[in-house]
Design a protein around this ligand. Sequence first.
Ligand SMILES: Cc1ncc(COP(=O)(O)O)c(C=O)c1O
Length: 413
Amino acid sequence: MLDSAVGMGRAASPSRRAPFNSPAPTVQSSPLLGTYKQPAVDLVRGEGVYLFDAAGHRYLDFVSGIAVNALGYGDVGLTSALHAAADGLVHTSNLFGTSPAFKLAEALVARSFADKVFFCNSGAEANEGAFKFARRWARSLIGENLAKHEIIALRGSFHGRLFGTLAATDRPAYRLPFRPLAGGIAIVERNIEDLALALDAETVAALILEPVQGEGGVRVLDAGFVREIRALTQERRIALIFDEIQCGLGRTGSLFAYEQLGVEPDVLTLAKPMAGGLPMGAVLLTDSIAAAIQPGDHATTFGGGPFVATVALHVLERLADEKLLAQVTTNGEWMGKELEEIGRRTGRIRAVRGVGYIWGADVLGMAGHVVSEALQSGLLMCTAGDYTIRLLPPLVATRDELADGLAILERVL
Ligand SMILES: Cc1ncc(COP(=O)(O)O)c(C=O)c1O
């Protein structure tokens, strides 16, 4: 894992890729609610790591549907899994059992610290579920101890935009217009001294953290720091929740990011790449937390339906592939070094952070401007805060494809 400042220096080298010939996007009026600022690009198909718009322009995709499309586009195995799933049941509700959910839970348990799994439909929903399970467990510790209910999140965190998860998300622009947020949730500085004060055994039920903070600027948490957190939470009987919604399922080079930290959580949340682009989330729990949960404590209509679970089982097997994970690790190390080199050559990058196929670079000027320019040059990227560009290539991207994208980025910078 790398987290280092980059020096400034030489001018940009010539690019390895022909300039992208895209006309400027036009502003369209839209019946869609204006919650997204979208460029006027109509994406219509994908192939490997490339997306194509209706006008036939090709884009190298370093967004992957925000860490969702790990297998890229048009993947033959994924397409077959989708067809196989469509031949079976699509939905039955959780009033009845279906074997795809059972098999998927079994596979997740076999590959992780967890003993039990709850399925839902998105990342925010997974975290909301994790908060409920942790509270239910904390209250079961000493009778119905109502005092032990608080949830602590870290500075720079992003856990979702529903009321509970928004209160655990450290982005004033997302929070302020919606106050009052859910109570009993607080944000604490990312250091062990502040946490030691905040993690009161009597009042705190859970601590949630992202092993790699994604939206908060791609910040890889130090393994020693997380181990200290684990020791504190264990000692004070506080549930430790790892949010691996963005950094989990192969993106850091191991199936779960926590494998690189040397500690296991009590609860872990997944979503984004789980079902190859179909909406799905999951909460993984130890038996000790799960023992506190009773029928009726939580539910969702769609969670773990047979269609989505069949596809997710295929995706899990593919993302757990050792060869793929090794490639993400070695190519990721290379990508970090290349980004630092680009920073030196262009003088436009102040710091580079990341691991595997999740990288952030603090740029001079607004990150959104760099992202728009890159789009015009045929490279899709996103931001992680005002001054950080975020690179999330599909996990199947080859070294050459990564190099092509970085060459476009260098030219744009
Ligand atoms: C770490 C993390 N947690 C939670 C979420 C929320 O997921 P969703 O958008 O599926 O609700 C995200 C989304 O970006 C995320 O990156």
